[in-house]
Design a protein around this ligand. Structure first.
Ligand code: NAP
Length: 413
């Protein structure tokens, strides 16, 4: 029997989002757990939820609504129940499958579970997805920021971020060094710290599959595998080879590699699969950004690339993110809690709002996503923006977080 939570407006009764055979089944009044976040989180969440509700109501003519259900994490949770991350929160997110969160304080000192790590492990959220595109009017450091429009799929579980790392001179590091020297004659300087870089065919291929599925669904022209396979032949090189392999095996009739591209008539219009060495890719994104569309990368490369790309179109303040697995997805702001502005109704809510856009796209509510993007573009074009943009935009009027949300709502279309 599904949990039912009464909606807060007009008695709508919420139902759970389900996932069957690789597809989302989204009711008209889905229950979506949210974490408002610490610091500026409550200001941002209030503004974002207002925009989301207005966009859903407008695009559905009032037929649909989101039944928001607050779950606790971070400082707010700690202050209420002494627990930074209650099991109940993880359970609710698992039960309802799609959730959204504001930024959380990372407590100083050990022994406290990170929400992101806990969710990633529990729900196997193996793809970190970061769309990066320019919004007209936002001050950007390059001459033609509008040429960049990419979606980066970063592998979220493996690679040097797997957490298998040993401190220099620890018994673990010394034992690994001794083993590698004795068994394989590896040359490793004494007293080195050791980190392990596991990358599997399974982990690489499921990430590449997600990127290809996205590109096909959204009619994107290419998927680029970014790797450092010229140096790390078996890990990063494996990522590239396994990526090409799965593209051919599962999507052979819909894809063509760059090497084969354009040679045969029947390949016209197919999704192009290509690869680039990571360092070259950083240059390419600056010099020829319009040649790239969907990007699939291992964990470390993807982390660097996401922030570099976001900076190119005007910074991380507006960058959204999603951690997605099979049948689970958690969306979040990519910035932190900006505690010095807490409670001042001042900061920019766009990162959470654009994370919501990603969420609505995943739910198949594309019209809501489009309306919000147009609203945001309209608000920025009207130059009624929060302080962070106002200080860089000549002639702009600084408005509060809530007034910026109202400006977005006015421009929903
Ligand atoms: P931060 O909160 O991202 O803030 C750094 C600066 O970025 C702010 O002072 C502000 O710059 C600007 N900024 C951030 N969010 C903004 C917004 N919404 N609108 C406008 N400007 C914004 O980074 P931090 O101070 O290093 O971290 C604070 C706390 O957040 C820490 O506890 C950290 O661990 C946590 N954190 C959480 C997440 C997460 O939950 N996803 C991510 C990163 C950090 P100006 O001062 O120049 O205006």
């Amino acid at each position: 029997m599904p949990t039912q939570i009464a909606g807060r407006r007009g008695g709508a009764v919420g139902a759970k989002i389900e996932y069957r055979d690789g597809h989302w089944i989204v009711p008209d009044h889905p229950i979506i757990p949210f974490i408002e976040g610490d610091g500026t989180g409550p200001d941002i969440w209030r503004a974002s939820a207002k925009v989301f509700d207005a966009a859903v109501a407008k695009t559905s003519g009032g037929k649909r609504s989101i039944v928001w259900h607050e779950v606790l994490a971070g400082e707010k949770s700690f202050n209420q129940n002494g627990n930074w991350l209650p099991d109940e929160t993880l359970g609710m997110i698992r039960e309802h499958r799609i959730a959204i969160k504001g930024p959380l304080t990372t407590p100083v000192g050990g022994g406290i579970r990170s929400l992101n790590v806990a969710l990633r492990q529990m729900l196997d959220l193996y793809a970190c997805i970061r769309p990066v595109r320019y919004i007209a009017g936002v001050p950007a450091p390059v001459k033609q920021p509008g040429k960049l429009d990419v979606v980066i799929f970063r592998e979220n579980i493996e690679d040097v971020y797997a957490g298998i790392e040993y401190k220099a001179e620890s018994p673990e590091a010394d034992a690994v060094i001794e083993f590698l020297q004795r068994r394989f004659g590896a040359k490793i300087r004494e007293k080195s710290a050791i980190g392990i870089k596991p990358m599997s065919k399974f982990g690489s291929q499921r990430l590449v599959v997600k990127a290809i599925q996205h590109a096909l669904k959204r009619k994107r022209p290419s998927v680029t595998l970014v790797h450092k396979g010229n140096i790390m032949k078996f890990t990063e090189g494996g990522f590239r080879d396994w990526g090409y392999e799965i593209a051919k095996e599962r999507f052979g009739d819909q894809t063509v590699t760059e090497a084969e591209g354009g040679k045969r008539k029947e390949d016209a219009g197919k999704l192009v699969i290509k690869d680039r060495i990571a360092d070259a890719m950083f240059q390419q994104l600056v010099l020829r950004p319009d040649e790239y569309s969907v990007i699939a990368a291992p964990n470390l490369n993807g982390d660097y690339l996401s922030d570099a790309a976001a900076a190119q179109v005007g910074g991380l303040g507006l960058a959204p993110g999603g951690n997605v697995g099979d049948g689970y997805a958690v969306y979040e702001a990519t910035h932190g809690t900006a505690p010095k502005y807490a409670g001042q109704d001042k900061v920019n809510p766009s990162s959470v709002i654009l994370s919501g856009v990603m969420m609505f796209e995943e739910m198949g509510w594309d019209e809501v996503a489009r309306a919000i993007v147009r609203g945001l573009e309209g608000a920025i074009a009207s130059k009624h923006v929060t302080y962070d943009l106002a200080r860089q935009m000549p002639g702009a009027t600084e408005v509060s977080t809530s007034a910026f949300a109202d400006a977005i709502i006015q421009h929903l279309a």
